[in-house]
Design a protein around this ligand. Structure first.
Ligand SMILES: *Cc1c(COP(=O)(O)O)cnc(C)c1O
Length: 465
């Protein structure tokens, strides 16, 4: 270290701890944690990885930046401008205001396992059941942590140590790591594949059940891909009939949990849990946070005997959902008592159903707001409103393209840098690339977030040379 090395002027931790600005930080974050942050900052300065400021304000700014960075929560709210409604990486379904309020209220004490009428111990598995029964026609239901858990629980309770018949064409992988053959194996059951990839008939299932040791028939909804051409699959009702004849329960892994008519959302046909129940399956499993639009949960609905068997298995306790989730799911489900209200109040359904013209008007208004913040800002981004396609996401409706309006930015070579700048905004704005441009799809941006998007775009534009 030479005589002119600025590192000679680095103060000690003890000296910084006495500065008034440091006392403010200690009041907010505690002495020992702030001491640790100070050490980290000074160590980086000594190692030459961080510039040494030449004033006390400079040190204060360095430490404040470090503290702000280290104390910001890991899980943060973001603006989803990707146009993928059920974006798995961005938390799938955004919850309705009714659900958010119910979840905040449930965060304190609640009658989770307490019967308010009798004052005695109640059951956590009691909540949401009446609503699921109403909405699906099932005799009974149990809510667990997620749909993967619901399927694993059903298979474990019914088929551990025995065979599960599944069509070759339904040995699917959904999302990260949910692969039917592996789930069957994890349930301690043996996979008995029937039929072929493109064609599986009732007779294929019959041969498997007649060979014996098939403890359950599992039908899996091909959520995230479609098959066309010469294909054939057995109807649920046929499997139910076959199962009844051989005393083999039918379990239906439905995935999405859509509780309204898909045509009312402008989407192609998608089966509902009520249809599975009407077809007579023993259990149907579906997600709470896909097209149902609620909190992360898995619902197993079906016959009283089927649900009782699942509930009495020890795995059910390991998969139980917490009070906040149950409150969010209950509030969401209760919106479905009026399907029209569900489509208006549940954000995922509302987003899917919003007309492109309305999104175009909002996109125009956001760009106009950017223009008002400074002449030339909009030009710096080479911003325009374009037509694009939104996706349902969440592994549902893989082929559906929903016409939408997006703000398109001419980022050219700097697309990665601009995406990163939008992510660095508070709150982060997540956009997507289309060739050399960035797209911000209005469909997945809540109208009350338009101002945030305008601010993020204005600050991006201000940073563009
Ligand atoms: C999404 C899906 C699952 C997994 O559901 P999670 O809620 O992610 O656990 C299982 N099966 C099917 C058919 C699905 O679509």
């Amino acid at each position: 270290m030479g005589a002119t090395d600025p590192r000679r002027s680095i103060p000690s931790v003890d000296r910084l701890l006495e500065r008034p600005w440091c006392r403010d930080l200690i009041a907010a974050h505690g002495q020992s944690w702030i001491t640790g942050r100070l050490r980290a900052v000074l160590d980086e300065m000594r190692a030459g990885r961080r510039q040494v400021p030449d004033t006390d304000e400079g040190f204060a700014a360095s430490v404040r930046t470090e503290v702000a960075h280290a104390s910001s929560p890991s899980l943060r709210r973001v603006v989803n401008a990707t146009g993928v409604v059920l974006h798995t990486n961005l938390g799938r379904a955004p919850l309705a205001a009714e659900a958010r309020r119910a979840m905040a209220a449930a965060a304190g004490y609640g009658n989770v396992e307490f019967d308010l009428r009798t004052g005695e111990r109640g059951s956590r598995y009691h909540h949401c059941v009446e609503l699921v029964r109403e909405l699906t026609g099932a005799e009974d239901a149990v809510v667990v942590n997620n749909n993967a858990g619901a399927v694993a629980l059903a298979l474990t309770a019914f088929a551990a140590g025995r065979g599960v018949a599944v069509s070759h064409g339904e040995l699917v992988e959904i999302g990260g790591g949910f692969r039917i053959p592996e789930v069957v194996e994890a349930a301690g059951a043996r996979l008995v594949t029937v039929g072929t990839t493109n064609r599986t008939r009732r007779a294929d299932y019959r041969r498997a059940t007649e060979r014996g040791d098939v403890a359950a028939i599992l039908k899996v909804h091909r959520s995230n891909f479609s098959m066309s051409g010469f294909t054939e699959e057995a109807e649920l009702a046929e499997l139910v009939e076959l199962g009844a004849a051989h005393g083999v329960p039918v379990i239906h892994d439905l995935g999405s949990g859509l509780l309204v008519d898909s045509a009312a959302l402008g989407l192609p046909y998608e089966p509902t849990p009520a249809e599975s129940i009407a077809a007579g399956v023993d259990l149907v499993a579906f997600s709470g946070d896909k097209l149902l639009g609620g909190a992360q949960a898995g619902v197993l609905a079906g016959t009283a005997a089927g649900v009782a068997r699942a509930k009495s298995h020890p795995l059910c306790r390991a998969l139980r959902s917490d009070k906040v989730t149950l409150a969010g799911l209950e509030a969401t489900l209760s919106l479905y008592r009026d399907p029209e209200r569900a489509r208006e109040r549940i954000p995922a359904l509302r987003m899917i159903g919003t007309a492109g013209r309305r999104l175009e008007r909002r996109a125009d208004a956001v760009l106009a707001a950017v223009g008002r913040r400074g002449a030339g800002l909009r030009r710096a981004l080479r911003a325009e409103v374009v037509a694009a396609d939104s996706l349902v996401g969440g592994g549902a409706f893989p082929d559906a393209r929903i016409p939408t309006a997006a703000i398109s930015l001419g980022a050219g070579e700097r697309a990665e840098e601009w995406l990163a700048r939008l992510r660095a905004h508070d709150p982060p704005v997540i956009a997507r690339r289309r060739r050399g441009r960035l797209l911000l799809d209005l469909r997945t941006i809540a109208p009350e977030e338009d101002a945030v998007v305008a601010a993020a775009l204005a600050s991006l534009a201000a940073s563009v040379p």
